[in-house]
Write a protein that binds this ligand. Structure first.
Ligand code: UDP
Length: 452
């Protein structure tokens, strides 16, 4: 397992949790296949080298100023990173290529996050091949290829028309289109244009998904984009010793708390690393959890709630529910939580990592997409794979309580869980020897070794 193949890979993750996790998972998988791994990273949201002693780490001076970060949304930040990182990235890659031939293993290729739009051209100048890691799902990327036409027709849309079907792309509803009711959708659509161009010009794209889950989208993408695709997910399920790439400390006390809860009884609530809530929303969530009557584990990330005293101000019925059958943590070991027997459902924002982690453990989802690809992911969960329900009717306490009971108590929830367990088994089979993702990984390794 540990024979080094004398080739180095340079991995360049976009510095957000949902992008760092799948890139470092990929690093672990390819390390196990004999490659040496160098993580090239920004100073902004830098990963912790001590969690990955087998990797080399090298930072680039992104010049991102924390005060600037506070003013930008995630799309603004991605644009800024694309502007600021291009030259330090080039400098660093040039240095690494010039070191070759001495002690250092030759660079087989760069693997870049596909939202970095400059890496392909820089790598080409330096005669390094650049594969792309697409951290979102294939169905969503296929939808993005249609965006230039669809956005003309649907963006912006407001009010009741948001509930209408996108006839050109079933089963999406208009409200699932990213930035559909935003005042400034142009920035996002520019990023998506760049993403498609980057992917088209790459010698290969790695996906954190599996063929059995997304065969139709993968087949369409192969036709439309004519690029070799390697769906190797769920990457965290490959039998590689797992280590955390969390930017925040994981509070493991929730695992011993889960140990004390009845099987399949807990609603796990987390909206990922970026989404934020206002005071009214946090109050409805708290009351919804109280009214549901079910045990709950709730991740309230620092910075995700503006009012730091929200908990002290919470109504007594929530505080009693929290005391009796609830737990709040700032950050959870999510994959372990989802694999725990006590967890019966996941109330999620449907970031792709969270969605795939839930699928991998057969956990039904309560979907509450917030932005970007999450609307598309959530629609596939509810309408295509039928392993979750939307929080319809808005973020309102009674709705929340009803939706939680639908999943955890009612017959409908059992049927959803049965389908989720079938998909879980397909996910496990895909990463076993001979499975589709296992084969895609073999093909990826051969592809990398054949790149000149
Ligand atoms: N995550 C975690 N602990 C938490 C919440 C999230 O480890 O308490 C991880 C989760 O397992 C996932 C990532 O953070 O791998 C979030 O990525 P996702 O694509 O779901 O959402 P994003 O944060 O990009 O919106």
């Amino acid at each position: 397992m540990n024979h080094r193949n004398d080739h180095r890979l340079i991995l360049f993750p976009l510095p957000f949790q949902g992008h760092i996790n799948p890139m470092l998972q990929l690093g672990r998988i390819l390390y196990a296949r004999g490659f040496s791994i160098t993580i090239l990273h920004t100073n902004f949201n830098a990963p912790d080298p001590s969690s990955h002693p087998h990797f080399a780490f090298r930072s680039i001076a992104d010049g991102v100023d924390q005060s600037e970060v506070a003013k930008l949304d995630v799309f603004g930040l991605i644009s800024l990173l694309n502007t600021q990182c291009a030259s330090p990235f080039e400098e660093s890659l040039r240095e690494m290529t010039s070191l070759q031939g001495g002690e250092a293993a030759p660079i087989a290729c760069l693997i870049s996050d596909s939202l970095f739009s400059f890496t392909c051209s820089v790598a080409e100048r330096l005669k390094v091949r650049a594969l792309m890691l697409r951290t979102g799902c294939a169905s969503c990327l296929y939808f993005y290829t249609k965006c230039p036409v669809l956005k003309e027709k649907y963006v912006p849309t407001h009010g009741s028309r948001l509930q209408e079907a996108v006839k050109e792309f079933p089963p999406l509803l208009v409200r699932d289109i990213p930035a559909v009711d935003s005042k400034e959708p142009e920035l996002l659509f520019r990023l998506l244009d760049d993403l498609i161009k980057t992917i088209k010009s790459s010698p290969g794209v790695i996906f954190n998904t599996f063929e059995e889950l997304e065969h139709p989208a993968l087949a369409s993408l192969r036709e439309v984009l004519s690029v070799p695709f390697f769906p190797i997910g769920p990457s965290h399920k490959f039998c590689v010793k797992s280590s955390s790439s969390s930017l925040l400390a994981e509070d493991r006390s929730c695992i011993s708390w889960l140990d004390k809860q009845p099987p399949k009884s807990v609603i796990y609530v987390s909206f990922g690393s970026l989404a934020a809530m206002n005071e009214a929303e946090i109050l409805e969530i708290a009351l919804g959890l109280a009214y549901s009557g079910q045990p709950f584990l709730w991740v309230v990330r620092p910075g995700s709630v503006h009012d730091l005293e929200w908990l002290e101000k919470s109504p007594s019925c929530f505080l009693e529910a929290l005391e009796g059958r609830g737990k709040i943590v700032k950050w959870a070991p999510q994959k372990e939580v989802l694999a725990h027997l006590a967890v019966g459902a996941f109330w999620t924002h449907n970031g792709w990592n969270s969605t795939l982690e839930s699928i991998s453990e057969g956990v039904p989802m309560l979907c509450m997409p917030c932005f970007a690809d999450q609307g598309v992911n959530a629609r596939y969960v509810s309408d295509v794979w039928r392993i979750g329900v939307h929080l319809n009717g808005g973020l309102e306490r009674e709705n929340i309580a009803r939706a939680i009971k639908r999943l955890l108590v009612e017959r409908e929830g059992e049927e959803i869980r049965e389908r989720a367990l079938v998909l879980k088994e397909k996910a496990s089979a895909s990463v076993r020897q001979g499975g589709s993702s296992y084969q895609a990984l073999d093909a990826l390794v051969n592809h990398i070794l054949s790149l000149k």
